[in-house]
Design a binder for this molecule. Structure first.
Ligand code: SF4
Length: 340
């Protein structure tokens, strides 16, 4: 549990992202956090690099109810400060903290405040001994995670989430599959440094879809060299493809020689409308009346273009014939009658 947010052991994958601004820039970070929350982030991670960032957590927590995760490398004092200032979860690798006494201080503080720890293994920064023995492999990644887990368990701490991120989708798939067999803890899945919007989206989906389909993954972060809002859209659409997230769905045909009206502008307008108004229906925009309503039979409502007029169909049945010029407006009117 991150406060009252459950991770794992349920038919839901918690969506998270990470703020881009330095955490001490409180106003900018608050704006980011709130924007991401309205776009579906249930957890927002913050990089905690120094004392100022750790101090900022106190102010941030006073100004938002969004759950926050402190991402800390090495420095146990920053972890202690983040916990003291009200952080909801921390990401730190106990094996990188140094002396066990320091790890114990962090673990004790987490225990006292019920703060979970995410262990984050990254294929790009594996320990030398595992690399030498096993190379950059799923086995090396899981052994690395095991080393961190062992330290926490030796301190009787089990409030753990594990991630094993790689930039190569196949390596991530193998690592998470092995981790799911190895650990009893929830897994945070992601393809790290996946790249810019198009490539990063495709790599993220290539790596995470097989995992999600297999029931692996309890929380997700899509990592793109793009706005976190785009990351959240990709995460939501991916989960929605497996019925793990409820959001508007737009079915539209690729068009072909049967297309008999100007469809693409209508696709864009309908997509924007259902997203903005959070209409959790399956909506179709199809090119022709010959195949459209049949091909989009499962849609709650749809448009199929015809010559000089368009058809509006509901659950595969034609409901209205509308002149092309009025098609969009009448469609929105009919859509709103169905709105959940
Ligand atoms: S719905 Fe009509 S226009 Fe669109 S791809 Fe199918 S046949 Fe072609």
């Amino acid at each position: 549990m991150v406060r009252d947010l459950q991770i794992g052991n349920q038919n839901k994958v918690v969506i998270q992202t990470m703020a881009m601004q330095k955490t001490e820039n409180i106003d900018a970070v608050i704006e980011e956090i709130n924007t991401y929350a309205t776009h579906g982030a249930e957890l927002v991670r913050l990089a905690i690099l120094d004392e100022k960032d750790a101090e900022a957590i106190k102010v941030l927590k006073a100004r938002t109810t969004v759950l926050l995760v402190a991402d800390i490398h090495f420095d146990y004092r920053l972890a202690l400060k983040a916990i003291e200032n009200g952080i909801d979860k921390i990401r730190i690798n106990p094996g990188n903290i140094g002396k066990k006494a320091y790890v114990k201080l962090v673990v004790d503080a987490c225990k006292e405040k019920n703060i979970p720890i995410r262990i984050g293994v990254n294929a790009g920064s594996l320990e030398k001994d595992f690399l030498a023995l096993h190379g950059k492999t799923a086995k090396a990644m899981v052994l690395s995670a095991q080393r961190h887990v062992d330290i926490l368990e030796s301190l009787d701490f089990k409030d753990i989430v594990i991630s094993l991120k790689a930039s190569e989708p196949q390596l991530a798939i193998d690592a998470y599959r092995l981790a799911a067999e190895t650990f009893p803890y929830p897994l945070h899945i992601g393809i790290t440094e996946a790249g810019p919007l198009r490539q990063g989206t495709i790599k993220s989906v290539a790596g995470m879809a097989p995992l999600i389909e297999a029931g692996i993954g309890d929380t997700i972060r899509v990592s793109l060299s793009a706005s976190p809002v785009e990351e959240l859209k990709v995460a939501k659409t991916l989960l929605s493809s497996f019925d793990l997230y409820e959001m508007p769905k737009l079915i539209s045909c690729p068009t072909c020689g049967r297309l008999s009206y100007d469809m693409m502008p209508i696709v864009k307008k309908v997509e924007a409308y259902i997203e903005e108004h959070k209409i959790n229906l399956t909506v179709a925009v199809m090119g022709c009346a010959v195949n459209g309503p049949g091909e989009a039979r499962d849609a709650d409502i749809g448009i199929a273009g015809g010559k000089k007029e368009g058809l509006i169909f509901v659950k595969g049945k034609i409901k209205r014939k509308v002149p092309q010029a009025d098609l969009y407006d009448v469609f929105i009117e009919e859509l709103n009658k169905l709105k959940k």
